[in-house]
Every structure is written in C-alpha cells, then in structure tokens.
Design a protein around this ligand. Structure first.
Ligand code: COA
Length: 249
C-alpha cells in the first residue's frame, strides 16, 4: 500500500484518489502498486459497480516520479508496478470514470484514455512530453490517441508534446465533459451513481462490445513498454531527468 493513494468505497463506487499534493501527485512505484491493486480488487468485488479515479485540487498528477525514472536511467532496476497498473487500466472489466483538475502530465493524460468518462476543469492542461524527455508514448496512447483524435492531433499531443486544454481535449474526443472546478467531483459522482444504477450485466456486455477485443491494445502496451524501458537507459532521457532535478535546486 501507499500513504499517497486513498482508496474508499462509496456505496457501489470504488474511489481511488492520488494524494501527494506536495509533489503534484507525481506517481511513485508504491503508488502504482496501490492503484493497480485497488483497480483489480474492485473488478473482482461484486459489491463494486464502477470505479472512480481522482487527484487533488490543481493536480490530477504530474506523471511518473522523475526521481524513480532517474534511478533506472542511472542503472537501477525497474519494477513491474507501472506495467501492472497499465494492465489493470486496459483490461478492467467495470466502468472507470475520472475527474481531472490542473496538472495532467504523462500518465496523467494517458490514464484517461482508459476511462469511460473523463470530466476535466477549464484550468486542466493535458501534456505528454514523452519525446522531450527522450521517451516514447505509453499506456497504449500510440494506438488510442490516433484512433480517437486522428493522426495529426495525435502527433501534436504525443510527438510535439503540445499541451491540450480541457476544451481542446474534448473537441478532439479525448474526454467527455469540461466542468467548473467547484462542480468537478459532484459531476463525477453523479455520473458514477448513474452508471451504478444501470443493469450491470447489460452494461457489461454493452461496454465490452464498444471496447471490442483488447488483444491489440495489450500488445501495443507491451511494445511501448519495451521501447520505454530501453529509452529510460538512453543518454537523451538521462539528460532530461537530470535537467529536471537540477531545475529543482
Ligand atoms: N516527479 C517528481 N517530482 C515532481 C514531478 C515529477 N514528475 N512533478 C513535480 N514534482 C515535484 C517538484 O520537483 C516539486 O518538488 P519540490 O517542491 O520538492 O521542489 C513539486 O513537485 C512541485 O512542483 P513544481 O515544479 O514546483 O510545480 P509547478 O507548478 O511549478 O510545475 C509541473 C508543475 C507539473 C509543470 C512541473 O512540476 C513539471 O514539469 N513536472 C514534471 C512533469 C513530467 O515531466 N512528468 C513525467 C511525464 S512522463
């Protein structure tokens, strides 16, 4: 478990909240493990009908903890926590709703590609600077973003690393709705309650039909992960992580 992930059950709704505000919710290995465990156990628990993922005000998440990335770049061992989390996202059997406010970097953007509904506030910036960090897209984003938003918006987001406002993300089909900050969690929970009130078996089949087979997605995540792990050890990536750490001082 991780002190920085709060898991609660609210009736039939399982709520997973990233809670590391002093680091803009940068996700550590322990946080990935805690979130993967919470999602998998929610899928297996008959009392849960829908899962919700949230951050804190102003920070959904600043993405992977760059100190963890730097440790791998400098020769440390990576674990399976990120991959386990991605698999829990990509193969989850129950609807997932996210509420995003503020910073949504890297996986903070790509988590939402696995959500059935994402609500985001006007001050949200979706940003995937993978290439600028010497890395490659992850979480199946290289497959999902072109499919949803088209090749050129995908290149802008994942290749150029252009930040997308919530409004632009909605126009590109990447999120469901833009809502004011003070309405975010109300709207998220109203949607979760509406989902939970549907006949679960019919909803499960409908969702499975909409998602189609996940084999291609899982294969892409594996492919991306292999490239990503190799890139973590590259000079381009190491220099980028060190530049971020130096900026802190
Ligand atoms: N990993 C580790 N620490 C991070 C982090 C990350 N991904 N993102 C933010 N933090 C830390 C900062 O180092 C800082 O810690 P400190 O107070 O101990 O110095 C704290 O969180 C607050 O961040 P700060 O940069 O001061 O906030 P900001 O509002 O000026 O900027 C961001 C917010 C998200 C734009 C900026 O922190 C950033 O670019 N982070 C890196 C994002 C990234 O590249 N993620 C990886 C994607 S694959």
């Amino acid at each position: 478990m991780s002190e920085h992930v709060v898991v609660q059950q609210r009736g039939p709704v399982k709520v997973v909240r990233m809670n590391r505000p002093d680091k803009k919710n940068a996700i550590t290995r322990a946080m990935y493990a805690a979130m993967a465990g919470a999602l998998v156990s929610a899928d297996a628990d008959p009392s849960v009908r829908v899962k919700v993922i949230l951050g804190v005000p102003g920070a959904f998440t600043a993405g992977n903890d760059l100190a963890d990335f730097l440790a791998v770049a400098q020769g440390g061992e990576g674990g399976t926590e990120v991959f386990d989390f991605l698999m829990a996202l990509a193969t989850g059997g129950k609807p997932l709703v996210s509420g995003v406010d503020g910073v949504a970097v890297g996986i903070g953007t790509t988590i939402n590609l696995h959500c059935d509904l994402t609500f985001a506030t006007p001050r949200t910036a979706f940003h995937t600077p993978f290439v600028d960090l010497g890395l490659v897209p992850e979480a199946g984003s290289s497959l999902l973003v072109p499919a949803v938003a088209g090749r050129q918006q995908a290149f802008a987001l994942l290749g150029l690393g252009e930040p997308f406002t919530a409004e632009r993300a909605q126009a590109a089909g990447l999120i469901y709705k833009v809502v004011p900050e003070d309405r975010l969690e109300t709207e998220v929970f109203a949607a979760a309650d509406a989902i939970a009130a549907k006949p679960p078996e019919a909803l499960r089949i409908a969702r499975d039909l909409m998602l189609g087979g996940r084999d291609a997605l899982v294969a892409r995540i594996r492919d991306e992960s292999a490239h990503f792990r190799a890139r973590l050890k590259s000079a381009e990536a190491r220099d980028a992580f060190m530049a971020f750490m130096a900026r802190k001082k």
